[in-house]
Design a protein around this ligand. Structure first.
Ligand SMILES: Cc1cc2nc3c(=O)[nH]c(=O)nc-3n(C[C@H](O)[C@H](O)[C@H](O)COP(=O)(O)OP(=O)(O)OC[C@H]3O[C@@H](n4cnc5c(N)ncnc54)[C@H](O)[C@@H]3O)c2cc1C
Length: 426
């Protein structure tokens, strides 16, 4: 007998749960409050009143090759070919010197060692500190108490050099976790290195969508994920009533700040959750400012640059609390001033237009001790399940985490219907 499931939330968590359950023949109704799918990982028209308006991503999103479930979801949608992967990651210093992180001929875990040793932005003491700290990380990764310690404290305990902290550990961790090392659980930080950088010879490769993010989800609306999946955009669900009979099962796939209102009877205790912001700065110049496809920008406010077109770049600042009080003009000025220091061509370029997006509620803050507060997919109401990047996924707030939560909720719903199905990979 075909089961009916109502999914609330059309972000990656809801979409992946929908794709999974539609694939086993369930009747799926997906409700999304906004006019478009993708939630926090999406794009929208810059000028909604103009029919041909350019679509921009709310912010540049990247994934790593180790994001198995996200890539599986993209495969289901037929869009895995729309992700460009980079096996060389660029680090740029003020003044323009470029370093590369890329794998060498050695097997894991030495595949990146050649790059570490060549890094021009670290001296020999920093490199020694970096390599010995990575070894310590490998030795201690099974420690049971890692979620009780901040990564900042753990690094302090390893006596990492100041320069390796500022130019290696902090840039990687802040962009991967959207939180400062001092405020991040060491458990989450360890995972970035264990699964991402050091997991396999290719796991560190960075993927960037070659199309606006919203286009990745077209398959959900056009029947490619099955005619049994119906998408309802502009459909805000104020409250899930599990006894209404509208569906057999319900999945709430909304951010943590929305979940309690949607399901008050669950009495979710989410007081420990806080947000961490991300700021994206879109800049269109009158000429190209760099040939690099992307770069981690060291020692300045802007943390990453992504080239999105000939003369269009996006800068990203994670855990961007310091930027929140600034006006858009001040943020644009800071981004342009940073770019001029990194890329000589930017000094000659004229800014044609700009757009700043401050996502104050970008992700939850991955602070120490929070793991225990992340609920699983199963709730005390037998036909109601939770999904979302903030639930207990084993991953920090990322697109991979969101898809993992969607697959887990779909598996739990299938189990409740006595169907043993596995969607989650790895
Ligand atoms: C600026 C920014 C940059 C990021 N960069 C990266 C990155 O580079 N790499 C990475 O992996 N992750 C990144 N993330 C994190 C990533 O976007 C999220 O972890 C992920 O998209 C969360 O998906 P989700 O489905 O759990 O939640 P959401 O995407 O928030 O989806 C929830 C959906 O529910 C809808 N909704 C809420 N209430 C209701 C209701 N009552 N009725 C109907 N619908 C409702 C919302 O409109 C939303 O579409 C970034 C996030 C932001 C904001």
């Amino acid at each position: 007998m075909s089961r009916r499931v109502q999914i609330v939330g059309g972000g990656l968590a809801g979409l992946s749960a929908a794709a999974a359950l539609a694939s086993i023949g369930w009747q799926v109704d997906l409700h999304e409050a906004k006019p478009f799918l993708g939630g926090r990982a999406t794009s929208y028209p810059l000028h909604p009143s103009e029919p041909d308006s350019e679509r921009i991503d709310n912010c540049q999103h990247v994934l790593l090759r180790c994001c198995d479930n996200l890539l599986d979801f993209y495969r289901r949608c037929g869009v895995e070919g729309k992700i460009d992967f980079y096996s060389t990651l660029y680090f740029v210093r003020p003044g323009g010197a470029v370093d590369r992180l890329e794998r060498g001929p050695w097997p894991k875990p030495l595949h990146l060692a050649g790059s570490f040793l060549r890094f021009g932005f670290l001296d020999w003491a920093d490199k020694w500190s970096l390599i010995s700290t990575l070894q310590a990380l490998e030795r201690e990764r099974k420690r049971a108490d890692l979620d009780t310690v901040s990564m900042g404290d753990w690094l302090l305990g390893r006596r990492v050099t100041e320069r390796s902290y500022e130019r290696f550990w902090r840039p990687i961790l802040v962009s991967a976790l959207n939180e400062e090392p001092d405020r991040s659980s060491a458990k989450a930080a360890f995972q970035v290195f264990a699964d991402g950088l050091m997991g396999t010879r290719t796991s560190y490769e960075m993927g960037v969508a070659a199309v606006p993010l919203a286009e990745l989800y077209d398959a959900a609306g056009d029947g490619r994920l099955g005619n049994n999946l119906r998408v309802h955009t502009r459909s805000r669900i104020e409250r899930i009533d599990p006894a209404s009979g509208e569906a057999d099962f319900y999945i709430a796939a909304v951010p943590f700040e929305r979940a309690a209102g949607l399901l008050p009877e669950l009495d979710l205790q989410l007081g420990e959750f806080e947000h961490s912001p991300i700021t994206g700065v879109h800049l269109w110049f009158d000429r190209p400012v760099t040939e690099l496809p992307h770069a981690a920008l060291l020692d300045r406010t802007m943390q990453w640059m992504f080239r999105r077109g000939e003369s269009y770049v996006q800068c990203v600042v994670s855990a961007s609390r310091d930027l929140l009080p600034l006006s858009q003009a001040e943020i644009v000025e800071r981004a342009c001033s940073d770019l001029r220091e990194f890329f000589p061509q930017a000094a000659k370029a004229r800014l044609v237009r700009s757009h700043v997006i401050k996502e104050v509620r970008a992700t939850y803050s991955v602070k120490p001790g929070l793991e225990a507060s992340r609920p699983g997919a199963v709730t005390k109401i037998p036909n109601v399940f939770l999904a979302g990047d903030w639930t207990d996924t084993g991953w920090p707030a990322t697109m991979e985490g969101a898809v993992r939560s969607g697959y887990k909720a779909a598996e739990a719903a299938a189990r409740a219907a006595s169907q043993q199905t596995e969607f989650l990979l790895a």
